[in-house]
Design a protein. Structure first.
Length: 203
């Protein structure tokens, strides 16, 4: 079974970012994927303070909502990170999540290696590309595989529900979801190739 997790980095529930993620997840579900959506709204995720305790304890010592989300990320075959543009960049909530997830992953064996992942970004006017790059850096740093779509995975919207009027943005998100499910199936069906990728990393 293909498992895809969508993480909405917006501090408000039911907003444009969530609507866009739901489109991608729905498209992936239509391809046979098991989907789950997590909202960071009303979750407490403190920023990484560089204590490096995870290097020793192989776990994060902060007592907040990070660990259950991290565990779901590890269990998933594919991860979607989504954020609205807040003052030109990703939200503090999702930045805190990926900073800690990436650092902990490195201490316990690069647990995201060869998983599939990608980003979705919503903005009123500008900041898409910078925020999109911020989120992509996580996937690339962790040795994950990023599928394409028919355009960059961005959409426009400010007021609640406006994003659904961006037909190209919605279509791009749906195509991304379908491509994600397709790619995960390919990766899971070819364990030999996956092992070869791991060998390349270790060289």
């Amino acid at each position: 079974m293909v498992k895809i997790l969508g993480i909405v980095g917006s501090p408000r529930e039911g907003g444009n970012t969530e609507l866009l993620v739901k489109q991608a997840l729905k498209a992936a579900e239509e391809e046979g994927a098991q989907i789950e959506l997590i909202r960071l709204a009303n979750k407490k995720i403190e920023p990484c303070d560089g204590c490096r305790s995870c290097k020793i304890k192989k776990d994060c010592i902060k007592n907040d909502d990070f660990k259950p989300i991290f565990d779901k990320m590890v269990e998933s075959d594919g991860i979607i990170l989504a954020s609205p543009v807040y003052f030109g960049s990703a939200t503090p909530q999702i930045k805190a999540l990926i900073d800690r997830a990436g650092y902990l992953s490195n201490q316990i064996g690069r647990v995201f290696e060869n998983k599939v992942g990608g980003a979705l970004v919503v903005a009123r006017r500008a900041g898409h590309n910078f925020t999109f790059a911020q989120l992509l850096f996580f996937f690339l740093h962790q040795g994950m595989i990023v599928p394409g779509s028919t355009y960059w995975n961005v959409a426009f919207g400010r007021e609640l529900g406006e994003v659904v009027k961006d037909e190209e943005g919605i279509s791009t998100a749906r195509n991304f979801g379908k491509k994600m499910a397709w790619l995960i199936k390919k990766v899971k069906d070819e364990p030999t190739n996956k092992n070869e990728l791991n060998k390349c990393y270790r060289r």
